[in-house]
Design a protein. Structure first.
Length: 506
């Protein structure tokens, strides 16, 4: 074993446009297996300290000679006590191969964030979160992400082990089909944000698929943090009753975004901030790969979780993330403001909302909440189209079902995500039928706010609520079902909400 010190004196900065990264001194090995010991392995250990204010990404180059069968990396770092309100140390890790670290990810071989303390890569297998494939000679890079750094600095130790020998055969990936049996044009239930052991979750794809079926879901979307390594591990879990779409949760330092339903094998880079003016490029990549752009939990309070890139490239927004919290209430209010803005600007474009569980491990519940989409069939494209045009509502579980529509005086009708094209002063009837929402109140929300709140529904959870208005009074109307509030004017936790129906001719 050789040891090296990558302290302050061994570091070199490189700059690519607005993105700044730190490159450490290169770790070198021998020229090949002839020089190795009987165990056919070589190991190097490096240590260093990253100061507060370090760049978002630090690269450790590793010269990999010919004849390597496996690369294994283990790392640790100190976690000192810090005063209340001060960030401690957290260090993420990943790997790029000899093709380099250029933004776009051509050399990407995996990312585990802070979920694992070690990983390996070889041709025939890799640690979850990493991609199997040939170990070719050249300069590889271990990517470090100092997520937070304590005032004392972040002292780390990295051990790299190369195993020499004949490489195995890289498996041909098999992906889930892009359609399931379906029921024709119908309402389909889905959860598009969840994590398996291929990122920082603790469940296998098989466990997630079983929980999705138990939650009454018709479709799910793979969304691991900053890796597409799970894409080839879902095929066995799909079936006539469950459509499995593939994607990624692109986890930047300025917010997270779902790449929803991309082509199998699509990787989306995350190594930029809003100030770097990079996001539009990667949003276009998601669209070119057939996916939807859905900012996730925009008002989450964890470091780097709040969405700061704006919504110009978004196809929808995740308004409800996991159990309903004040963060979701803030996002709901912000989303409603975007509806008002779309009415004011008169361009007809508006941002649909959805809800997902973001489940990672027990007791996180898959399908709490779930997005219920009116789609022409149970296919990737049909589900995406339903989400994109807002033909959907969000429910806390499979127990809640809604039918929401508006009608004019001459038989005109519009449903969720549609427009009722009638004159400004035409009387309009708003009608909601609910199932599975015991003691919940119904609120009809417009561009003026909540203009109508019903008495609680009966304990059976079923009921019908009507309200009358005109387009001149309400430019749109959407429905919220809320549980009984614990105190005073608090509106109560959501049981369900719908995307809007717009009223008027424009």
């Amino acid at each position: 074993m050789c040891e090296d010190d990558h302290g302050i004196g061994r570091r070199a900065l490189f700059v690519t446009s607005a993105a700044v990264a730190l490159t450490l001194g290169t770790v070198s090995f021998s020229d090949g297996p002839a020089a190795e010991a009987a165990d056919n392995q070589e190991t190097r250990t490096v240590r260093g300290t990253l100061p507060p204010g370090s760049p978002d990404f630090v690269y450790l180059p590793v010269d990999v000679p010919a004849g390597v069968r496996e690369i294994k990396v283990a790392y640790s770092y100190d976690k000192p006590s810090v005063p209340a309100g001060t960030q401690g140390n957290a260090l993420d890790i990943g790997l790029f191969d000899e093709r380099g670290t250029e933004l776009g990810g051509k050399g990407f071989r995996g990312w585990s964030g802070g979920a694992r303390s070690e990983f390996f890569v070889r041709a025939d297998d890799a640690t979850p979160g990493y991609l199997p494939g040939p170990v070719r000679p050249g300069t590889w890079h271990i990517a470090l992400g100092p997520y937070t750094v304590a005032p004392q600095g972040l002292a780390y130790e990295i051990t790299i082990t190369l195993t020499y020998g004949e490489q195995g055969v890289t498996p041909t990936p098999v992906y889930p089909p892009s359609r399931a049996k379906g029921r024709g044009r119908a309402w389909y239930r889905g959860d598009c944000h969840m994590h398996s052991w291929y990122s920082d979750g603790r469940r296998t794809p098989a466990e997630i698929a079983a929980l999705a079926r138990a939650a009454g879901l018709d479709f799910i979307n793979s969304s691991e943090h900053n890796t597409h390594s799970s894409h080839a591990h879902w095929a066995d879990q799909a079936g006539d009753d469950l459509l499995i779409m593939l994607g990624e949760e692109v986890t930047t330092r300025n917010g997270h975004v779902l790449a929803l339903g991309t082509e199998p094998g699509t990787f989306v880079d995350w190594r930029y901030r809003a100030r770097d003016n990079r996001w539009a490029r990667f949003a276009r990549e998601i669209h070119r790969a057939g996916g939807l752009v859905v900012p996730a939990h925009p008002h989450a309070t964890c470091v780097g979780c709040g969405w700061k890139f704006g919504f110009a490239e978004a196809d929808a927004v995740e308004v409800w993330n996991g159990p309903f919290t004040p963060d979701d209430e803030a996002t709901l209010a912000e989303w409603d403001n975007t509806l008002v803005a779309s009415v004011r600007e008169g361009h007809g474009r508006w941002l649909p909302a959805m809800g997902n569980s973001d489940a990672h491990r027990d007791p996180d519940a898959i399908g709490t909440p779930q997005t219920v989409v009116l789609a022409d069939d149970l296919t990737r494209e049909a589900v995406q189209e339903g989400i994109r045009v807002g033909r959907s509502y969000v429910a806390e579980s499979k127990s809640v079902s809604l039918a929401f529509g508006v009608s004019g005086g001459h038989g005109e009708h519009a449903g969720i995500g549609e427009r009722l094209r009638v004159d400004r002063d035409t009387p309009v009837t708003v009608r909601l039928e609910a199932q599975g929402a015991p003691r919940c109140s119904v609120r009809f929300v417009t561009d003026q706010g909540a203009l109508f709140t019903s008495d609680p529904l009966p304990v059976s959870g079923a009921g019908t609520v009507e309200w009358h208005t005109t387009p001149s009074y309400a430019a749109y109307v959407r429905a919220e079902l809320r549980h009984e509030a614990a105190v005073g004017p608090v509106p109560g936790v959501l049981a369900a909400f719908t995307n809007p129906i717009f009223l008027g001719r424009s």
